[in-house]
Ligand binder design. Structure first.
Ligand code: GLU
Length: 275
């Protein structure tokens, strides 16, 4: 009898494992449609990509609007979960979010852990410094301390181009900017759009300047789990549709157009696949 119980327990365990594998195989697209909610990981302190609106206390930004478009296309609600540069990939692989639209560069090394959509935003890395600091490019950072965010491409890139600087990695970019204001670092480095957001949302934007040429390419992709191709296809299609139907340009102008504090001319084209 005891032996029978053991056999039964083993069989049951097998069935349970199989069913959880099957539900994983069904994919995120089916799961999201069933739940009626798309859970998106976005930044909550990166102006203007994902940040808390002072008046409404709601999470807003370019990445948030991209996620809203995708959720609308799926016909589901959008739920937002804040992630940082360091937490976005583990949060995704552990299943806590369905996708990450979080100023994330599509890097081949990250592609070993998650998958990425086509590029939905194109940027590059620069420096934010105090005006008249004398720092004009990463060449001037030798022997200096530079602030950036933990888990970013920025911390690696700057060390690569200027091995003689000391990189101090903070939880996020606002903390790195605070360190710059307090004189604890000589520059903040990351993607130029994030630097534009930091500078523009300061009480005294004219005290700061963004300097140098791009020293790393930073094409953003939306992160999804590995081997989830129906979902990945859906999100890629949504991005291509929003580019073709003009929604992308509208959203881009809302956040980065000439009327905004974060003006950045749109100088690249999305790689849209023909039908
Ligand atoms: N785009 C870069 C990255 O993915 C820097 C911005 C960020 O930390 O999110 O790491």
């Amino acid at each position: 009898m005891k032996r029978m119980n053991l056999v039964f327990a083993l069989l049951l365990a097998g069935v349970l494992t199989m069913s959880s594998i099957t539900s994983l195989n069904a994919g995120t697209l089916e799961d999201v449609k069933q739940k009626g909610v798309l859970t998106a990981g976005v930044k909550d302190a990166v102006v203007p990509f994902g940040f808390v609106d002072e008046k409404t206390k709601k999470l807003v930004g370019f990445d948030v609007d991209i996620c809203r478009y995708i959720a609308d296309k799926m016909g589901v609600e959008l739920e937002l979960k804040p992630v940082t540069s360091a937490t976005r990939i583990p949060t995704l692989t552990q299943g806590m979010i369905d996708l990450a639209a979080a100023t994330m560069t599509h890097k081949l090394s990250r592609d070993e852990v998650i998958d990425f959509t086509i590029t939905y935003f194109m940027d590059g890395q620069k420096l934010l410094v105090k005006k008249e600091s004398g720092i004009k490019s990463y060449h001037d950072l030798a022997g200096k301390r530079v602030g950036t965010a933990k888990g970013s491409t920025s911390e690696k890139n700057v060390k690569q181009v200027q091995p003689e600087c000391t990189v101090i990695s903070f939880e996020g970019y606002p903390q790195a900017f605070l360190a710059l204001k307090q004189g604890k670092v000589s520059a903040v480095t990351t993607d130029s759009g994030i630097l534009v957001g930091l500078k523009a949302s300061d009480d005294n934007p004219d005290a700061w300047e963004i300097v140098g040429d791009f020293f790393a390419n930073e094409p953003y992709g939306i992160g999804v789990r590995e081997n989830d191709s129906n979902f990945l296809d859906f999100v890629n299609r949504a991005l291509i549709e929003m580019w073709n139907d003009g929604t992308y340009k509208k959203l881009y102008d809302k956040w980065f157009g000439p009327q905004t504090k974060y003006y950045m001319p749109l100088t690249w084209k999305m790689e849209t696949f023909p039908e």
